[in-house]
Design a protein around this ligand. Structure first.
Ligand code: URA
Length: 210
């Protein structure tokens, strides 16, 4: 597994405002979107492309086009939705699929409760959006789901991760092509499963408490 923690003052600046408990939802949403666009720039460094010829008004040269099948962006509901606009701003032609994850109250395992994805992900490059990598349970379930459908490689973009969750995902994905791009790697998880210092509940901060 490759882990990339974005090292850029604008990323840290935007995260600092997101962390601030007094930042209201509209500002939080706008900043999360901007932050994801910066992280997406890093996460798409290995996006698959092919050489194409292009006629400029002056001459002819070689450039790059995105390869098909086009990348698939998969926000994990609900908080991952707050990252979608920032991602598709950078790759407007990407296809978008949705995964809803919920914890099974008996087994405590995260399970997929809603899914809108192409049936066959053969050879697809998938980008999963999940703002908080806490225990890693839901991200791991999403990664497993995509590989079972035939995805070739999965890149997850997270705003913040806890070391415990990152290690759990690393252990469980050994031997598979997984990349995690982070805005920050925080200190730890607390006893309630929140990332410390973190930013609180990302879904609530984005959309209010429901
Ligand atoms: N999910 C969140 O939204 N925040 C955390 O700190 C952990 C999980």
């Amino acid at each position: 597994m490759r882990v990339h923690v974005a090292d850029h003052p604008l990323v840290t600046h935007k995260l600092t405002v997101l962390r601030d408990r007094t930042t209201p939802s509209p500002t939080f949403r706008a900043l999360a979107e901007e932050l994801v666009t910066l992280l997406a720039y890093e996460a798409t460094r290995t996006v698959r492309t092919q050489q194409v010829e292009v006629d400029t008004p002056v001459s002819r040269t070689t450039g790059l086009a995105l390869s098909t099948p086009l990348p698939l962006v998969v926000p994990i509901l609900r908080a991952g939705l707050g990252m979608l606009e920032g991602m598709v701003k950078l790759i407007p032609t990407a296809e978008v699929g949705f995964l809803g994850m919920v914890r099974n109250e008996e087994t405590l395992e995260p399970t997929v409760y809603a899914e809108r994805l192409p049936a066959d992900l053969e050879a697809r490059q998938c980008f999963v959006l999940d703002p908080m990598l806490a225990t890693g349970g839901s991200l791991l379930a999403a990664i497993d789901f995509l590989f079972e459908r035939g995805a070739r490689d999965v890149t997850a973009i997270c705003l913040i991760a806890a070391p415990e969750g990152l290690a759990a995902v690393e252990r469980a994905t050994e031997g598979r092509d997984v990349t995690i791009v982070l805005g920050a790697l925080d200190e730890r998880l607390n006893e309630k499963g929140y990332i410390v210092p973190g930013l609180g509940d990302a879904g609530d901060r984005l959309y209010g408490t429901v």
